[in-house]
Design a protein around this ligand. Structure first.
Ligand code: AGP
Length: 368
């Protein structure tokens, strides 16, 4: 056990640090510079069949659900194909409209989650083509789906999913690029995207060098009564993922919201022992996030910010600013989630929690 963890005290920390490599593995052999597109042969679909898809449904549970939410944003941004996220645990109890031009993807690390499996079986019963985005090779979802794509993240032992989230988001991005290129993106657009994608692993490695600073911020807030996570656009699901990680391993109640929802209710919770974590990279909605941060500070709520290198003005508002490198906004979840994983990890450690095996949770939920 210790040998497998190497120098890391927990699998979760090891898996967080594996992300530069797990993302290289998710991309390996799947980027074509000649055509400026992604190659995902496992989808078993011709370009003509892919062009016929007029609606995409993404389903998963927990962290995979959050990756799907990022996917909705990325696919619609890059490809303009209408995309919806249906939480897998509800899918078979709803009657989701779909037809022969609808394509469904189910996302699952284990490939064994019963709710996700049931969503896939229900979709296929209704004639919807259903593809798996899976980590575990040969798992039930991988075997029963109409095709799909392995994320190649390697074994994930920590109950809290980390590297599989970023790898799922990476595959969502490759799908966005693939669909974008058969609709309206140029090969030059695709080539630029490939450059940006290939830069991501080193950018994550640079975030990981700030671990001591993130640990200090986590320790400062480790006795919080609760935590709020806020983000906009593709960073709204990142806020939800940050909150899920915090709940799972530190047992601090946390919730993730679109930043603008603050004033519709969440702000009632703001007080000195309820820190708010804002994911506010340098994007079109940066200033909007800053006004939300000011609203929280005016009510004496502590603020932790994840922002882009160079946006030092946030240091005038709070001491707890964590920087990530610049990247196009559709890729920012791959970077902004890293500090949140570390924040939850070090908060849990400071609280003496069993990080790799949190209470009441199993790595894979195989019963309903
Ligand atoms: C994530 O940290 C959780 N442990 C959990 O939400 C998990 O993502 C969910 O149960 C789905 O699992 P799967 O990816 O194996 O289907």
């Amino acid at each position: 056990d210790d040998a497998e963890k190497g120098a890391f005290p927990h699998y979760m920390l090891k898996e967080i640090f594996e992300q530069p490599n797990s993302l290289r593995n998710a991309m390996r052999g799947r980027l074509s510079r000649d055509d400026g597109t992604a190659i995902l042969g496992g989808l078993n679909m011709t370009p003509q069949e892919l062009r016929g898809v007029d609606r995409i449904i993404l389903s998963g549970c927990g962290t995979a659900f959050h990756a799907a939410m990022v996917g909705e944003y990325v696919i619609e941004t890059l490809a303009r194909v209408p995309t919806e996220v249906e939480i897998a645990s509800e899918f078979r109890y709803r009657n989701v409209p779909a037809d022969k031009n609808t394509l469904q993807f189910v996302l699952s690390q284990s490939g064994e989650t019963i709710d996700t499996l049931a969503a896939m079986r229900e979709a296929r019963r209704k004639g919807i083509k259903c593809l798996g985005i899976v980590n575990s090779v040969g798992s039930t979802i991988a075997r029963e789906s109409d095709g799909g794509c392995y994320i190649h993240a390697g074994p994930e032992i920590g109950v809290a999913a980390t590297k599989t989230f970023t790898s799922q988001v990476m595959i969502m991005t490759l799908l966005g690029m693939l669909f974008g290129r058969i609709h309206h993106l140029s090969s030059a657009d695709g080539m630029e995207m490939i450059d940006e994608l290939e830069a991501i692993p080193d950018k994550i490695a640079s975030i990981l060098t700030q671990t001591d600073r993130i640990k200090a911020i986590a320790e400062k807030h480790a006795n919080a009564e609760g935590m709020l996570f806020m983000g906009r656009q593709a960073n709204y699901p990142v806020a939800m993922e940050g909150a899920l990680k915090m709940k799972e391993i530190s047992y601090i109640y946390a919730s993730g919201h679109p930043s603008a929802e603050l004033k519709h209710g969440v702000i009632a919770l703001v007080k000195p022992d309820m820190p708010s974590v804002f994911i506010a990279p340098d994007d079109a909605v940066f200033d909007k996030n800053v006004s939300n941060i000011e609203e929280v500070l005016a009510r004496k709520g502590p603020v932790i910010c994840v922002t882009t290198e160079g946006r030092t003005e946030l240091e005038r508002l709070t001491d707890d600013v964590i920087y990530v490198p610049d990247c196009p906004s559709y890729l920012s979840p791959l970077l902004t989630v890293i500090p949140l994983q570390l924040l939850s990890y070090y908060t849990a450690v400071a609280r003496g929690c069993d990080v790799d095996k949190p209470r009441n949770l199993a790595k894979s939920v195989t019963v309903e």
